[in-house]
Design a protein around this ligand. Structure first.
Ligand code: NAD
Ligand code: ISE
Length: 335
């Protein structure tokens, strides 16, 4: 069976996912698109053999040809489309963040739990990245002993004009919060945020930020966001355990040794660094939706838990205080 999908949001990542679904992974066809910018949606549809342009995201979700929905619009619009997909009983893959407030994430969890089955997957693609999977295997094998400290470095060469102070936490570090919970297999309990001497490329932004978090078992986590660090897109991760350390390997495929120096290519942006992870993420999602055996990828609970950390992080950013992270009771659907 070919999974017929509708894509809401035909901006940067929406177009990249449509290319992936059309040219890279198997088992899916894009049959409908929508964007608040109709010109963009029409342009994308014109490159597809069989896609209808819908005037609204709700129309796309209601289309009988659409088996499953992919949401790639701006964060504040995610809640309405995810809720409409749940109401229509259709599986929905939602790009991160699940929603931009804890309350909106709770609304999604309530609707999904009431529906009785998992319909939502969140685009936390780092869980599908080969180096992160190797790091998780190293931690789980006990090779470095019990984890004591985890360092997560998240560097972007630059960010768009609309990027605001809070986005270093809610748009960028949200990936680090999710991957930390996944790698360590426990929840985050407190967060403190400190701003370093500002990078002069960042204008009014407080950049870089250093965040210190604690986990339920007392692991200390340090997250660095540097979003104007011109040299490239660089993602770091290192766990310090009782008996050793394990770190993500450098991302370059070729190590060049010339003129008394050693060099590896640094990726340009998230598309290049995580290209294989996005492919695996979608292939597994398509296979699971088609098989009807249930979703195993990042859940609404994972989207909610990361958002609670973001909300506490923004509070910590403005207050300078260490802020407690408090989660509701986890519904059985996500056990
Ligand atoms: P973008 O601005 O390039 O595209 C977003 C599109 O959504 C635009 O075309 C806009 O017109 C459209 N849109 C806005 N409101 C809409 C609405 N109500 N209904 C329909 N369409 C609407 O942004 P982007 O970089 O593609 O990011 C989109 C989402 O993907 C964001 O949530 C972002 O955080 C996420 N993202 C995830 C990753 C990742 O690594 N997983 C990377 C980049 C972006
Ligand atoms: C962007 O939205 C992403 O999700 C990228 O993976 C991240 O590196 C970047 O900071 C975000 O703005």
């Amino acid at each position: 069976m070919t999974l017929k999908v509708g894509v809401i949001g035909t901006g940067m990542i929406g177009r990249d996912h449509i290319r992936r679904l059309t040219e890279v992974v198997s088992g899916a066809e894009v049959v409908a698109v929508n964007d608040a910018n109709e010109v963009s949606a029409k342009e994308v549809a014109s490159g597809l053999p069989n896609a209808t342009v819908h005037a609204t995201g709700e129309d796309l979700i209601a289309d009988d040809r659409v088996d499953a929905v992919i949401v790639c619009s701006w964060g504040p619009t995610h809640e309405q489309y995810v809720l409409a997909s749940i109401a229509a009983g259709k599986p929905v893959f939602c790009e991160k963040p699940l929603a931009t407030t804890t309350e909106a994430c709770r609304n999604i969890i309530d609707a999904e739990v009431a529906s009785g089955k998992r319909l939502v997957q969140v685009g936390f693609m780092r869980r599908y990245d080969a180096p992160y999977r190797a790091l998780k295997r190293a931690i789980d094998s006990g090779a470095v002993g019990a984890p004591l400290i985890y360092y997560s470095g998240h560097r972007n060469p630059s960010v768009p004009e609309h990027y605001t102070k809070d986005m270093a936490i809610v748009d960028t570090a949200v990936h680090d919060f999710d991957v930390t919970r996944w790698l360590l297999g426990e929840e985050l309990t407190t967060i403190r945020v400190q701003a370093a001497k500002p990078n002069s490329h960042g204008g009014e932004l407080q950049d870089p930020l250093l965040m210190t978090l604690e986990t339920e078992r007392g692991v200390l986590v340090q997250v660095e966001t540097s979003v104007n660090i011109r040299y490239g897109y660089d993602i770091r991760g290192e766990v310090v355990g009782e008996d050793g350390t394990a770190a993500l390997a450098d991302t370059g495929q070729v190590v060049l040794r010339t003129s008394n120096s050693v060099g590896v290519r640094v990726p340009e942006d998230w598309r290049e660094r995580f290209i294989a992870a996005y492919d695996v993420e979608f292939q597994e999602w398509i296979n699971e939706v088609v098989a009807g055996t249930g979703l195993t990828g990042p859940s609404s609970w994972d989207g909610y838990a990361a958002q609670v950390v973001c909300d506490a992080g923004v509070k910590a950013l403005y207050s300078g205080e260490r802020v407690q992270i408090e989660l509701a009771t986890k519904p059985g659907l996500y056990s």
